[in-house]
Write a protein that binds this ligand. Structure first.
Ligand code: ADP
Length: 589
């Protein structure tokens, strides 16, 4: 059966119950008919609860069987009462076996409510205390309104016992009820219906007790609606599909809600309020009972306050603990940060030492290399005697390699200088266009040898302030790379122009290009693209890092745009001479 069909059943039963209650009051004056309707609602409730257990199969059916038992006992009591109405034309005497049946129902109901809550874990002390505060308030009111007068009255001791037992049973049920309300912040419809049903029962019982004590109760009073509603609601609760999986919401940490405080305050006010009412009505005051109740309330509230203080202390301790742990973690983090800083410093130191070493080695290599080249020149020019053709050719190879070596050594030295911030420039005002033209002329033989078209376009004024030799190095590097990485019959286009206070040099080729992932690293030392390494293209990977260092030292910028297999364009922008007027020229010592 689907949940929808199940809830339809519960709704149908609720509607039938409402009709029955309406019919009960419509039949006012026909005692027999009223008794019959009452009887039908009674029996209907027992049957509905049992049917609900069969249909919804709760994991633990025992609470519901206890409810059915209580309802059956009350039905028995009502039947006894109805028999008098139907067959003897009067109401049953008081007390009668019906009252015993009624009384026997209460423990079953209270037990059922408690059993329903068993699955929710141990009852919490704060709920028990709050329940007790409310119950003591109810007890003092009941005592003063019902039990006290009865005890002092003229009833037989049997009648007195029964009359006293009923309110006492109600107080027991109230205790169970408060636990239900305080703990079961009901998440399911069935649980809310159970709660409502017990509430109807309790209110009707209290009112009945009061009226009965004054001899003012008669069949068919509006009060009966309370009991009838309670019966119907038991049936609806049992038939509702949510009955099979009654749940409660997890309790919030702060259980002392405003509503709870209000109910507790009201309960605390009950004993003095009773005293005030008695004094106003000039009836004898139950000073002793009220004082005892007040003391009981005080003790309970004291215990409750103690509980709150303990809870607060627990929270404070756990808060302090969290704070301590947080501080510890913070200390560890600070320590780690410090260590990291130190390691960083050490790494920098190592880096500096490496640069120093490179500078030292390069410097030491350059001097003997210069001397080697000098002597080679002397030998090849015949200063040391005539050379055979084969000797001359071999010495040519030696000289070319020595020159390559000295270039690498110079590059290394320059990189080390730039890295340590010791790159010095010998600045002068110069025409970048002219400089580039000379460089293009220098690289032309290599381009022609590989059938590469080489073009230069210069536009506008291109004067800048800079180090001629270093800038020539920049242009040479870019040009030789462009030629080196462009296949035969490609082209290299060079342009120099002025653009918004800057002089811009662009070297564009139709070469192999550089993938985007490698473009960011181009200007780092010793970096070479995978294509350059794989193609065994000669080079050290120092050129572009030197280019960047020199451009930076001139206050310029370098960038690259490239597409694989389509070509690359390197763009260098330097401040125009007009913009450098105030700059201090650094001269090499
Ligand atoms: P080297 O040319 O000595 O290898 P560079 O620093 O001048 O060192 O260049 C670094 C790398 O950048 C080169 O190895 C090459 O992979 C890549 N590269 C530079 N210029 C170009 C270019 N015009 N086309 C394609 N790749 C280039």
């Amino acid at each position: 059966m689907t949940a929808a069909a199940g809830s339809r059943g519960a709704r149908g039963y609720a509607a039938a119950g409402a009709v029955a209650i309406a019919a009960y009051f419509a039949a006012g004056g026909h005692a027999g008919l009223q008794a019959a309707i009452y009887q039908a609602v009674d029996v209907g409730a027992v049957v509905a609860v049992l049917a609900g257990v069969r249909r919804n199969r709760p994991r633990d059916p025992r609470p519901w069987l206890l409810f059915a038992g209580a309802l059956a006992l009350w039905t028995a009591g009502d039947t006894y009462w109805n028999v008098y109405v139907w067959f003897l034309g009067s109401t049953a005497p008081f007390p009668s076996p019906a009252d015993i049946a009624y009384l026997a129902g209460y423990p079953l109901l209270a037990l059922g409510v408690l059993a329903l809550m068993r699955g929710w874990g141990r009852p919490r002390l704060r709920d028990l205390l709050d329940g007790a505060v409310i119950s003591v308030a109810a007890a003092i009111v009941i005592w003063v309104a019902l039990v006290g007068p009865l005890a002092r009255g003229t009833l037989s001791s049997y009648a007195t016992t029964v009359s006293v037992a009923e309110p006492v049973a109600d107080v027991a049920l109230l205790l169970a009820f408060t636990q239900l309300v305080l703990r079961g912040r009901a998440a399911s419809v069935a649980l809310r219906l159970v709660t409502a049903s017990v509430a109807f029962q309790l209110v009707a019982d209290f009112v009945y007790g009061y009226l009965n004590f004054r001899g003012a109760y008669a069949n068919g009073m509006p009060l009966d609606a309370g009991w009838l509603a309670a019966y119907v609601l038991w049936g609806v609760a049992a038939l509702h599909p949510s009955m099979g999986r009654i749940q409660t919401l997890p309790a919030r940490v702060d259980e002392l809600s405003r509503r709870r405080i209000a109910v507790l305050a009201l309960s605390l006010g009950a004993p003095p309020a009773v005293l005030v009412v008695q004094a106003t009505l000039s009836t004898p005051t139950d000073a002793l009972e009220i004082a005892v109740a007040t003391l009981a309330e005080l003790a309970l509230v004291g215990a409750r306050v103690l509980l709150v203080v303990r809870e607060r202390e627990r929270i404070r301790v756990s808060l302090a603990d969290s704070e301590r742990r947080f501080r510890e973690q913070l200390e560890i983090a600070k320590h780690a940060q410090l260590e990291l800083g130190e390691q960083n410093e050490q790494l920098h130191e190592v880096d500096r030492m490496k640069d120093d070493l490179i500078a030292l080695v390069s410097h030491e290599l350059r001097t003997p290399l210069t001397s080697i080249i000098g002597y080679l020149e002397l030998i090849t020019t015949g200063e040391a005697g005539e050379l055979t053709e084969s000797q001359r050719s071999m010495l040519g190879i030696v000289e070319r390699n020595a020159r390559r070596l000295i270039r690498v050594v110079s590059d290394l030295l320059l990189v080390a200088q730039a890295q340590s911030g010791h790159l010095t420039l010998v600045e002068e005002e110069l025409e970048l266009g002219d400089l580039v033209e000379e460089c293009v002329a220098g690289v032309r033989p290599a381009a022609t040898a590989r059938d590469i078209e080489l073009g230069l376009v210069t536009t506008g004024v291109t004067s800048i302030v800079g180090d001629r030799q270093r800038l020539a190095q920049v242009v040479d590097n870019l040009l030789s790379n462009a030629v080196k990485f462009t296949p035969e019959r490609g082209s290299v286009s060079v342009s120099v122009s002025d653009s918004g206070g800057r002089v811009v040099l662009e070297v564009a080729d139709t070469g192999i290009g550089i993938p985007p992932s490698e473009q960011k690293q181009l200007f780092t030392r010793f970096f070479r693209t995978a294509a350059a390494t794989a193609g065994a293209v000669q080079g050290t990977g120092l050129g572009l890092s030197i280019v960047k260092a020199i451009v930076d030292a001139h206050g310029g910028e370098i960038s690259v745009a490239s597409r694989v297999s389509r070509g690359s364009t390197f763009r260098v922008a330097l401040p125009a001479a007009a913009n450098v007027a105030g700059r201090e020229l650094v001269s090499a010592a």
